[in-house]
Design a protein. Sequence first.
Lengths: 111, 112
Amino acid sequence: QKEVEQNSGPLSVPEGAIASLNCTYSDRGSQSFFWYRQYSGKSPELIMFIYSNGDKEDGRFTAQLNKASQYVSLLIRDSQPSDSATYLCAVNYPSNYQLIWGAGTKLIIKP
Amino acid sequence: EPEVTQTPSHQVTQMGQEVILRCVPISNHLYFYWYRQILGQKVEFLVSFYNNEISEKSEIFDDQFSVERPDGSNFTLKIRSTKLEDSAMYFCASRSTGGGYTFGSGTRLTVV
């Protein structure tokens, strides 16, 4: 059973601070890792994806992948109240086409 | 920015009725998906579609469900005889080779 685990939160972070979101996955064969943001009642919105071990930066966002430890994280620098949302981690396996989703972490940025 | 378009945004139907959810994927994408999310729960995979055929489907995607790409641009999900437990947000997604998945804005299906 392929699983993706996230702390449901809520994670509360002061405005301007760094928010750190974590995700672990069960299958070492996992190949691609995605972070999505979802506002209540809306569809998931892709933030970024990562394939290789290490860090990948895009603006205020940094994804970190550690395949040996089977975790992927998302850092949000200079957090803004508009970053308040549920952050979904999703994992793609090479043997099939689907994404396996975590339940999401609710992030609250306090002004 | 290219978008995945879904219609309708909200559909209310009586139990036992057929519904068709419509999606227009991004034009140069090759892979198409349907996912659903029951309120307060995880996003769940339903089906993937590539090269005009289903490439994978989940246990949820039983004989009541079908997908079609009738005209090269639309991608539809049909539920033949809806049940109360089919009430959920249904998301269409598409992607290019090696790219991230782009989701549509979703159709909220309410079965009464």
